[in-house]
Design a protein around this ligand. Structure first.
Ligand code: ATP
Ligand code: MG
Length: 252
């Protein structure tokens, strides 16, 4: 099997990469796709926390890459969705010692059994970025509408063109309609135009955003609607993008 390898990256930290990865993963898995979320970031508030799986984590990516642990022993299955798995990151130091070749071998192995391998990239553009991006074939750049985040995302975009990434797409997260209406923030469309990257997702600012990862199925929830549309796009089911800031909300 040849699963899709998609890296989620941003440049600037804290813009919502892990949240977007978790939600996209949940939505794909709800549809029956076999999904693994690879946490390629070190730190505390990572994917295991976003998915509420931190207590089930036994081993991590580093131990698998170094051949100390079998991949199937390190994978953590989601509590709610059978087809959703997590490969946790090491807590604390260590990941910087992992070279791209070893990391790629793990990703290759995952792509043999999963339909989607979603890689959560660390912020910044150092070794961790290189490692995560080298193993991917597609990339989703996540930014907020803030100018500093857009600037960093743009730098990452230029850098990505030096890798063999075939599909480069943009998700704008934490968008506030009130600020868009007052003209106090860049619109998702204008960010996409500025960066010359196709816009595939517009996620609203939403205090309950992490609850969605527990499969909140309320169709009225704007964030959920945004993720449904994003996943339809990723799966190639539509070329339309749901942008809640537009009068004509479905963009062609
Ligand atoms: N659409 C949203 N609305 C409100 N809060 C959000 C939204 N998206 C993410 N957040 C919150 O923003 C914070 C940062 O999100 P997250 O950890 O996903 O970012 P990140 O880009 O992965 O950060 P890092 O670079 O540190 O890995 C979290 O507290 C998360 O709950
Ligand atoms: Mg993160």
């Amino acid at each position: 099997m040849n699963g899709r390898r998609i890296v989620f990256t941003s440049g600037k930290g804290g813009v919502g990469k892990s949240t977007v990865v978790a939600n996209v993963g949940v939505e794909l898995a709800i549809r029956g796709e076999r999904v693994v979320l690879v946490d390629a970031d070190i730190g505390l508030n990572n994917l295991d926390v976003a998915l509420g799986l931190e207590k089930k984590v036994k081993y991590d990516l580093m131990e698998v890459a170094l051949g100390k642990v079998r991949l199937k022993d390190a994978l953590v299955r989601d509590d709610y969705i059978d087809t959703l798995y997590l490969l946790p990151s090491p807590k604390g130091i260590g990941l910087d010692k992992l070279n791209s070749t070893k990391f790629m071998k793990v990703i290759d192995e995952l792509a043999d059994v999963f339909d989607y391998v979603l890689i959560d990239c660390p912020a910044g553009i150092d070794g961790g970025f290189h490692r995560a991006v080298s193993a991917a074939k597609e990339a989703i750049i996540v930014t907020t509408p803030h100018i500093s985040a857009v600037r960093d995302a743009d730098k990452v975009c230029a850098l990505l063109s030096t890798y063999s990434i075939k599909n480069l797409r943009l998700v704008v997260n934490r968008v506030r309609l009130d600020l868009v209406k007052k003209g106090e923030t860049l619109t998702p469309e204008s960010i996409s135009r500025l960066m010359r990257v196709a816009l595939v997702g517009v996620v609203p600012e939403d205090d309950d955003i992490t609850l969605f990862t527990l499969a909140n199925t309320s169709k009225r929830n704007l964030a959920r609607r945004a993720y449904i549309s994003l996943v339809d796009y990723i799966m190639g089911r539509t070329k339309d993008v749901y942008d809640f800031t537009q009068k004509r909300r479905w963009l062609l």
